[in-house]
Ligand binder design. Structure first.
Ligand code: SUD
Ligand code: ADP
Length: 297
């Protein structure tokens, strides 16, 4: 018997970053939107813990115990007094190290899949606690939809969204390390009093109304300057998307994936084609959101 869970990628429509905390993390006002690009995680009983992965970026995914899906299963097994003896298979469509929380998606997916496989009876709160231990973005991968993440991003408040937003994602060659981008943020802000991160009222209103034009005017990412500093060529990708008619362009989270908000599904195809023709990215993907978080198929 196997259980398969489907988990979406995310884009940060606002990522407000505070100064570095004593524990090395940064306080955030992180407005997440789950979008329809998915990984599927399948767990099957086995003699030992094993991870396999397929998909265009599979070669970049670690298959040892550092894989977030393996770590999630080990944590759930330890908490519920079981052996973590499962084969985890990841069918990966989310770009790796792209600022779209693919590893977090696999962690949340493996957790939910093993919870169902083993019938642990863990509460939603217990599963969210394990997610928060795994990484700042993992709780949102479980919950999906749209949410404001505070603390290091793990404390979630679900947000109402009044419509569907259409996006194009330009996938870059190679990834960017999340700690390296936060480190570059600190370097760029040396000697600066970084303000407390606060969610924008206008942005929450635009989300609630489902108003893409209003959302486009207020999208923001405090990590964008750091990502561009480490990968200056992303400026050309951002320009190619806006030249092609995107309402707005920004780096997705820590990057290097760039995200383009567009008016509708038709505009998405046009902007994606133009991005590919521009030669400024490896691939362009079309997706809409919000979509639900991790679900058992
Ligand atoms: C930037 C964001 C935006 O949603 O995601 P990505 O764009 O990378 O997917 C997140 O903050 C990434 O969350 P996640 O990838 O779960 O990070 P974690 O595993 O918790 O932490 C990895 C490292 O990132 C840095 N980090 C992470 C979160 C945070 N609030 N402050 C930090 O400084 C720390 O250096 C930490 O050691
Ligand atoms: N299941 C997983 N899928 C992808 N990457 C993983 C996974 N488990 C651990 N990792 C590690 O996490 C790093 C960040 O990957 P990912 O979560 O895709 O990007 P990001 O943090 O930019 O959203 C990768 O470079 C990889 O070493």
């Amino acid at each position: 018997m196997s259980v398969t869970v489907r988990v979406p990628a995310k884009v940060n429509v606002q990522l407000a970053v505070g100064g570095a905390r004593p524990d090395g993390f940064h306080d955030l006002a992180n407005v997440f939107l789950a979008v329809g690009l998915y990984d599927e995680v399948t767990v099957t009983p086995a003699d030992t813990l094993r991870v396999t992965c397929e998909g265009p970026d599979a070669a970049q995914v670690p298959l040892d115990r550092t894989n977030l899906a393996a770590r999630a299963v080990e944590k759930l097994a330890a908490r519920t007094g079981r052996e973590a003896h499962v084969h985890i298979h990841i069918d990966k469509d989310i770009p790796v190290a792209g600022g779209m929380a693919g590893g977090s998606a696999d962690g949340a997916g493996a957790l939910l899949a093993c919870d169902a496989l083993w019938g642990t009876g863990a509460t939603r709160e217990e599963l969210l606690d394990i997610c928060a231990e795994l990484g700042s973005d993992v709780p949102f991968s479980l919950v999906g939809g749209a949410a404001l993440g505070t603390g290091r991003g793990e404390k979630l408040r679900v947000l109402e969204v009044g419509g569907t937003f259409h996006w194009v994602f330009a996938v870059a060659d190679g990834g960017l390390s999340t700690p390296a981008v936060y480190g570059e943020f600190d370097r760029l802000n040396e000697g600066v009093e970084v303000p407390e991160p606060v969610a924008s009222g206008g942005l929450l209103e635009a989300l609630a109304k489902g108003d893409a034009t209003a959302l486009a005017a207020v999208l923001s990412n405090d990590l964008q300057a750091a990502a561009l500093s480490l990968r200056p060529s992303l400026a050309r990708t951002l320009a190619a998307g806006t030249d092609a008619g995107a309402l707005a362009a920004l780096v997705s989270g820590s990057g290097p994936t760039t995200a383009f908000l567009v008016r509708d599904a038709e505009a998405a195809v046009k902007v994606a084609d133009a991005l590919v023709v521009s030669g400024t990215c490896r691939a362009a993907r079309v997706a809409a959101g919000p979509v639900p978080g991790a679900v058992v198929l």
